[in-house]
Design a binder for this molecule. Structure first.
Ligand code: HEM
Length: 248
């Protein structure tokens, strides 16, 4: 990556994100630090790859375990694209309600980046009867003595997405819930919320609709028999069985 950054700074050009970041530099007297450019690229790579591929993996695991959902999705896609020669396009896919419901239900259940919304508060707040001061005095802390640190709060989006007081049967994969009129949308924040929400949200939806739509339209999938598919919670996210879940 560092070599690529240097080559671009020396005049090589490409039509990609790195170029856009370098071109966005407003002050030639104060160029972007190479390390900062490196961090931006790393963040995009990390935030933009595992999130989408994991969501799609969990989506296929659920489809393979819920034959009615799978059949309904196949029907919707074949209705929308009756000819197998017609490659599903995003403009049509984004309007297929069930496809979007399946993706949303997957994200509700298997929230990626489920560490929640982390924010530093700029004033003291009272939440649920508890005072949360904007700064914490860490004088007592043996490691960091005498510093006041701003308080970071984390709203757990993954807890909210499986809250039984909000969602009926939250542990069940029920895509239909996203077709209902009163979807509790405030409890569904896979891409976070507010001004710092996921910058790649629309791109992620596009990638996932295209991948899921094209694959399910053109191929028939089924689980490879006699395998144990285990899904477990790992810290703030979800993990599949050690050897994955094999489809054919
Ligand atoms: C299923 C897919 C994805 C999910 C669930 C997801 C979720 C999230 C979440 C929860 C955040 C934290 C936002 C916050 O702090 O409030 C975030 C940040 C971010 N995401 Fe995504 N993301 C996805 C796909 C992508 C893609 C495809 C890209 C880029 C192409 C991307 C780029 C980023 C970046 C750069 C940030 C940091 C934004 C900032 O700090 O301002 N994400 N994402």
């Amino acid at each position: 990556m560092n070599d690529t950054i240097q080559r671009r700074k020396n005049g090589e050009r490409c039509n990609d994100l790195l170029q856009k970041i370098l071109d966005a530099e407003e002050d030639p007297e104060d160029p972007l630090d190479d390390f900062v450019v490196f961090l931006h690229m790393g963040l995009f790579l990390q935030a933009g790859s595992e999130t989408v591929s994991n969501t799609l993996s969990f989506c296929f695991i659920e489809l393979m375990q819920n034959s009615l959902v799978y059949a309904k999705l196949v029907d919707e896609l074949r209705d929308a694209f009756p000819s197998r020669d017609h490659m599903p396009d995003h403009e049509t896919l984004r309007r297929i309600p069930y496809l979007n419901a399946v993706l949303n239900e997957t994200m509700r259940m298997y929230l990626q980046a489920g560490q929640g919304i982390r924010r530093i508060i700029d004033k003291d707040v009272v939440l649920g009867g508890y005072l949360i001061p904007k700064e914490r005095d860490l004088k007592q802390n043996l490691i960091v003595k005498g510093y006041f640190f701003q308080t970071k709060i984390i709203a757990s989006t993954s807890q909210v997405a499986r809250d039984p007081t909000v969602w009926s049967e939250p542990e069940k994969f029920k895509s239909e819930r996203f077709l209902e009129e009163d979807v509790p949308i405030d409890a569904f924040m896979p891409f976070s919320s507010g001004s710092r929400n996921c910058i790649g949200k629309n791109y992620a939806y596009m990638e996932m609709r295209l991948a899921l739509g094209i694959l399910v339209h053109r191929f028939h999938f089924e689980f490879v028999l006699e395998q144990e598919v285990r899904i477990s919670r790992m810290a703030s996210t979800w993990s599949k069985s050690h050897r994955g879940a094999l489809c054919k």
